[in-house]
Write a new protein. Structure first.
Length: 131
């Protein structure tokens, strides 16, 4: 292998890593920072949009679908309002944790024969514990 080939390979690797690191930043830049209470009060305003909210996690449940896919559901609350949250995979959160959720809010979501209401799908976003 010559030096030129190694240099080209290195540039490609650095470029790919840089792009992967930018994905969460770009997704976060598109999310509307709001509150659980505002979404509950104005669901039409946020329906189908990427949102970012903070609150307290509750009713955290880790499950596995019939197809073998791990997923987590929980409620995010803020005072007297709450929204449901869905995310593929297992999350490192517990009931009572302060969390920031970024994902797509949907007033009504149909999955097969199941209907879900007032849910943030964080599969394409993130769920993080905050202090």
């Amino acid at each position: 292998m010559n030096f030129s080939h190694l240099k080209t390979r290195w540039i490609v690797i650095v470029s790919v890593i840089s792009c992967l690191l930018l994905i969460p930043v770009l997704v976060n830049a598109q999310a509307i920072k709001t509150s659980v209470a505002d979404i509950v009060s104005n669901p039409d305003k946020y329906d189908g949009k990427m949102v970012s909210v903070e609150g307290i996690a509750g009713s955290v449940k880790e499950k596995v679908s019939k197809k073998g896919n791990a997923y987590t559901t929980f409620k995010i609350s803020n005072e007297s309002n709450f929204l449901s949250v869905f995310s593929f995979g297992k999350l490192s959160i517990n009931d009572g944790d302060s969390v920031r959720v970024m994902g797509k809010y949907q007033q009504t979501k149909q999955v097969g024969r199941y209907t879900f209401h007032n849910e943030i799908d964080a599969s394409g976003g993130s769920v993080e514990k905050i202090k």
